[in-house]
Design a protein around this ligand. Structure first.
Ligand code: H2U
Ligand code: ZN
Length: 350
C-alpha cells in the first residue's frame, strides 16, 4: 500500500473512514509563525464568574477554592428526572419517522484552579492530579445515579472552539442514554473483542509501540499518539497502557501519569505555534449501564482545529460535510512534528 498517494484510512473505534491526500501536503513546511497578540491575563479577574469569591450570573457566590471547584451548571442542557414531566408526546403515525424520547441528566462545570490565567500546560502535575481526581470523583457519583448511563468529561478550550470565557475549566455532562460517539465506540470495541478475543486498543497500542512512527509522548502508564485514522491535523489519542475501562478504576500512580501526559501533550500543543492552543478534548470510558464492559479501554481524544499557524484553522466543509473528512498532512508527519517539539513551555524558556 502506497501511503504517498491518495488513500482512505478506517477508524476502528467508530467504523468511519477518512480520506488522506498526502501529495497535496508535499509543499515544504515554511515554519512561519503568524504571531497573534495574546492578552496577558491577570491571576484574578473581578469580572470573571469562575474566579474564587466572585458572583455567578444567577447570584450564587463561588467559594474561596484552593484547587478545583465543581458546581452544577447554572444553564444546564439536561435536567434530572424530577424536573422532566413524563415522555414528550409523540406525533408519530409512521413508526420510526418522528422518534423522540425524554432525556434526563446533569451538567457540571469543573474549574481547574483558582488562578484565572493558568491552563493545563502551565499547571504543575500535582495541580493537574487534583483535576483528574475531581473528574474521577464526579464520574463515580454521577455514574452511580439510577437515571445516568454515561458520564462525558470534556474541555472546550479557546474562543475558536466556542469557549465562552478564559478561566480554565472543563464540563461534565451525564446523560440517561449513551451519546452517539461512546455508543459507536462501545459497539465497535465489542465486535472486535468477540471476534479477536482481545481488546482493540491493547492490540492497537502494541502495534504502535512496535512501529513508533505515530507516538508523540509516553510515560509508565499512558501513551499519546496521532492515531493512524486522525481527522484533525494534530489530533491526539491518549491511551492507558494497561487495560482498564475508565478513569475511576485508575489508581493514584496511574492518575498521576495521566496528569503528566495531559501536561506533556498540552505543552507540545502550545509550543507548536507558540500560542495557547485551542481544542476540544474529552475522556472516553465504559458506560454506566449495568452491563459488563470487558471490551472497553479507557482513552482521551484531543481534537484541535489549527492547521498551519495560530490563525489558519481547518474547516470541515464541502466534501467533508457532504462526503467524508479529508486531510493532507499525514498522521505520521503530524506526529513527527509534535514529537520533536520541546517539552518545556515556550513561556517558561529562558
Ligand atoms: P464553556 O466551557 O463553553 O465556556 O461554558 C461554560 C459553562 O459555564 C457554560 O455551560 C456555564 C455555562 O452554562 N455557566 C454557569 O454555569 N454559570 C455562570 O454564571 C456562567 C456560565
Ligand atoms: Zn477567573
Amino acid at each position: 500500500m502506497n501511503f504517498d498517494a491518495s488513500h482512505r484510512r478506517k477508524n476502528p473505534l467508530t467504523g468511519q473512514w477518512v480520506l488522506v491526500s498526502p501529495h497535496r501536503a508535499r509543499r515544504p513546511w515554511m515554519g512561519q509563525k503568524e504571531k497573534i497578540a495574546e492578552p496577558d491575563l491577570p491571576e484574578y479577574d473581578p469580572s470573571c464568574y469562575l474566579c474564587p469569591g466572585n458572583t455567578r450570573n444567577n447570584g450564587k457566590i463561588n467559594p474561596l477554592y484552593t484547587h478545583t471547584f465543581s458546581f452544577d451548571n447554572d444553564f444546564s442542557a439536561l435536567l434530572p428526572p424530577d424536573h422532566v414531566n413524563g415522555e414528550p408526546e409523540s406525533t408519530a403515525t409512521e413508526p420510526g419517522l418522528f422518534q423522540a424520547e425524554a432525556e434526563t441528566g446533569l451538567c457540571k462545570v469543573v474549574c481547574f484552579s483558582p488562578k484565572h490565567n493558568l491552563s493545563l500546560p502551565e499547571l504543575s502535575v500535582d495541580e493537574i492530579l487534583h483535576v483528574v481526581n475531581t473528574w474521577a470523583d464526579e464520574t463515580v457519583s454521577l455514574g452511580a445515579k439510577s437515571y445516568i448511563q454515561y458520564v462525558q468529561v470534556f474541555e472546550n478550550k479557546g474562543a475558536v472552539m466556542g469557549c465562552s470565557q478564559p478561566h480554565p475549566h472543563s464540563q461534565i455532562w451525564a446523560t440517561g442514554h449513551v451519546p452517539n460517539e461512546p455508543a459507536q465506540e462501545t459497539e465497535e470495541q465489542r465486535k472486535y473483542f468477540s471476534t479477536h478475543h482481545s481488546c482493540m486498543l491493547c492490540d492497537y497500542l502494541q502495534a504502535e509501540n512496535n512501529s513508533k512512527v505515530r507516538i508523540v509522548a509516553a510515560n509508565e502508564s499512558y501513551t499519546a499518539l496521532v492515531p493512524f485514522w486522525a481527522v484533525w491535523p494534530f489530533e491526539i489519542l491518549v491511551i492507558a497502557n494497561r487495560h482498564s475501562p475508565d478513569l475511576p478504576t485508575q489508581n493514584q500512580d496511574q492518575r498521576r501519569c495521566f496528569a503528566d501526559i495531559l501536561k506533556q501533550v498540552t505543552i507540545k500543543y502550545d509550543n507548536l505555534f507558540e500560542v495557547s492552543f485551542p481544542y476540544s478534548m474529552g475522556l472516553h470510558g465504559a458506560p454506566y449501564d449495568n452491563d459488563a464492559h470487558p471490551e472497553w479501554h479507557f482513552h482521551a481524544h484531543f481534537y484541535p482545529p489549527l492547521l498551519r499557524s495560530a490563525v489558519v484553522k481547518k474547516f470541515m466543509v464541502g466534501f467533508e460535510m457532504l462526503g467524508m473528512p479529508q486531510r493532507d498532512l499525514t498522521a505520521e508527519t503530524a506526529a513527527e512534528r509534535l514529537r520533536n517539539l520541546p517539552d518545556i513551555h515556550y513561556k517558561h524558556r529562558g
